[in-house]
Design a protein around this ligand. Structure first.
Ligand SMILES: *Cc1c(COP(=O)(O)O)cnc(C)c1O
Length: 399
């Protein structure tokens, strides 16, 4: 059992471990700095957009990596200046795009309408912009590909004329300067080899068109801090190997981790609210959490969980199925075989649930749970209250 967790917290709730979050950021930064002179980390906002975490990432020196106008505005509200934002994705708006480019953000062009927007920017100054390069994993790193045509709907492709045309568009406007390439793709393997191969591919493109750029933005998709998995050092070394070969190791290296920083920084605490016996062997144990809170894709079959019994000599029972509190029949989290019987008030703590949970949980039946932070002194603080019916009514009333 995690001795740091206090069980008078109001469940259901997420617990944000500030020290763990900081540890991830500082160790990734150290791994990059050991190999490169110029590096930056853009915290992927979509992976977990809790403002408290965004502000903490900012205070440790991260940029915010955003993929929509709403995320851009959220990052601004959390204290990021435009030049502390990396702006990606097709869901930009003209207003935020304009502010970002003018304000010195790293803006990686993703859609052709953004090229048209560049023409609307005031003359008289040079704007640095980046381009996202389309990556087909089957062609770039076949061993990491999902099938033989693992293509992507993002970026400009050099397998067609689109990348070359975008380069020509930029080159033909004196007010524009190509400052970098963005190559985010996630391979299932999350292997350093995949990054090495995609950077190698980007390097061939840089050489082919003789691009004089400042940065390569390698994107996200890394493992966090897990035993027997690639480390931040392994990734940084792979980037370096690929860039060194072509003499490009003086480029600024940008990474955009989400999962690697957030997964292990968030826990979810729930407690048993009811028990039901439906046949001779099966007991359903209802908890106040839901699969929606920690597995919004309904794909996981088990969790890194800890069960905290109030009573240490509970009798063993053959089968307990731990369920959520929603009215979905399939809101079943995990089963326990021949384990001590859970009782109302016992707690279940789920570890490693910070990535793609809170940002994807539907507002289904019960709105978003509260969030506590846990600091390095072991102090808990409520950093987000639970969402309430009043919040929904207010949206409509203020329409
Ligand atoms: C989602 C995303 C990331 C973060 O990916 P993780 O798997 O959470 O590390 C980084 N960059 C871009 C462009 C993304 O879309």
């Amino acid at each position: 059992m995690d001795s740091k967790i206090r069980f008078d917290l109001h469940t259901p709730c997420y617990i944000f471990d500030e020290s763990e979050f900081e540890r991830g950021i500082t160790s990734f930064k150290a791994a990059l700095d050991a190999k490169f002179a110029k590096t930056a980390i853009g915290y992927s906002v979509k992976t977990n957009s809790l403002p408290y975490a965004l502000k903490q990432a900012h205070s440790i020196g991260c940029k915010a990596e955003v993929v929509s106008h709403d995320e851009y505005r959220l990052a601004r509200l959390c204290g990021y200046a435009p030049n502390e934002i990396i702006y990606n994705g097709p869901m930009k708006s003209w207003d935020t795009f304009h502010e970002a480019v003018e304000g010195g953000a790293i803006v990686n062009i993703e859609a052709k309408r953004e090229l048209c927007w560049l023409d609307k920017l005031p003359e008289g100054k040079v704007y640095n912009i980046g381009l996202r390069l389309n990556i087909n994993i089957s062609h770039v790193s076949p061993m990491d590909a999902d099938g033989d045509d693992d293509n992507s709907r993002f970026g400009f492709s050099d397998e067609t004329d689109e990348f070359k045309d975008a380069l020509q568009f930029i080159a033909s406007r004196p007010k524009l300067r190509l400052a970098g390439l963005h190559i985010h793709r996630t391979a299932h393997s999350r292997s350093p080899r995949f990054y090495e191969n995609s950077i190698r591919y980007a390097s061939t493109i840089i050489k082919k068109y003789n691009l004089d750029i400042d940065y390569i933005d390698v994107g996200g998709g890394y493992f966090g801090i897990f035993p027997n998995k690639p480390t931040f050092d392994d990734y940084s070394e792979a980037f370096h190997r690929a860039l060194k070969e072509s003499g490009l190791d003086n480029l600024t290296i940008i990474v955009e981790p989400g999962n690697a920083l957030t997964a292990s920084s968030f826990k979810f605490l729930s407690q048993v609210i009811d028990k039901k016996k439906v046949d001779a062997k099966t007991c359903f144990v209802t908890t106040d959490g839901s699969r929606n809170d920690i597995d919004p894709f309904f794909k996981k079959s088990d969790y890194l969980k800890e069960i905290i019994y109030q009573n240490s000599d509970s009798p063993t029972v053959p089968l307990q199925i731990i369920t959520g509190c929603t009215c979905l029949e399939y809101d079943r989290l995990f089963s326990l075989n021949n384990a001590p019987a859970l009782e109302v008030g016992d707690h279940i703590l789920y570890n490693n649930v910070g990535a793609y949970t809170m940002t994807l949980s539907p507002q289904f039946i019960r709105l978003c749970p509260r969030v506590y932070s846990l600091n390095s002194k072991g102090e808990f603080k409520l950093v987000r209250r639970e969402s309430r019916a009043e919040d929904i009514i207010n949206l409509d009333n203020n329409a």
